[in-house]
Ligand binder design. Structure first.
Ligand SMILES: [Fe+2]
Ligand SMILES: [Fe+2]
Length: 195
């Protein structure tokens, strides 16, 4: 049986690829390695559309309200805390948009701000995903029936229709592509491995 929780968990794994790219970007920027504008733009697009609009959208519009309808309190832990983290990530996405534009316009001036915003996202996302994977989803498993999962998966599919044909697969491919491109930093390739 397909489960809504497993669908969200699979998306977490895709998002974690972009988080790993952001962590590598922090390292490269700290070493003053040049980061290509198109990589920043594609990363921003992935984070805004796949992570926020698509994934957080499914959670906020369907999954969390469904759990509330099953008796999970909308205030306090865990739902209110998770919604607060979505709001924080949305703010950081807006900050990333400005910081990436600032870096593209003047890399020396914009470098530190871009590092700070990326580092904030690298700190926020894994902790948020951990809470959902290890606390929220196991709790949801106790509340959701087979029919509930089916209904939620139907709602998730409707949410994805707004993103266009094959959008999900395209964003999964983009996360993998970003992983390959961040590994191709010519300056990192010249560095002597530490061991
Ligand atoms: Fe979430
Ligand atoms: Fe999530």
């Amino acid at each position: 049986m397909a489960k809504a929780t497993e669908a969200l968990e699979r998306e977490h794994k895709v998002i974690q690829k972009a988080v790993a790219v952001m962590a590598q970007l922090v390292d490269q920027l700290e070493l003053r390695h040049a980061v290509k504008p198109d990589l920043l733009r594609d990363l921003l697009q992935f984070m805004r559309v796949f992570s926020d609009q698509c994934h957080h959208g499914k959670e906020e519009s369907y999954f969390f309200p469904y759990l509330e309808s099953k008796g999970v309190p909308s205030t306090g832990c865990p739902l209110s805390a998770l919604k607060g983290e979505h709001a924080k990530s949305r703010q950081l996405m807006s900050d990333l948009n400005s910081a990436a534009a600032g870096y593209i316009a003047d890399s020396e001036k914009g470098r530190l701000t871009l590092i700070q915003v990326l580092q904030s996202l690298v700190t926020l996302y894994p902790a948020h995903i951990w809470k959902e994977d290890y606390l929220l989803f196991p709790m949801a498993e106790k509340l959701l029936s087979e029919d509930d999962h089916r209904l939620l998966l139907e709602q998730f599919a409707i949410a994805e229709e707004g993103l266009g044909t094959n959008a999900h697969q395209s964003f999964e491919a983009l996360a993998e592509d970003l992983t390959q491109r961040i590994d191709q930093c010519p300056q990192c390739a010249r560095m002597v491995p530490s061991r």
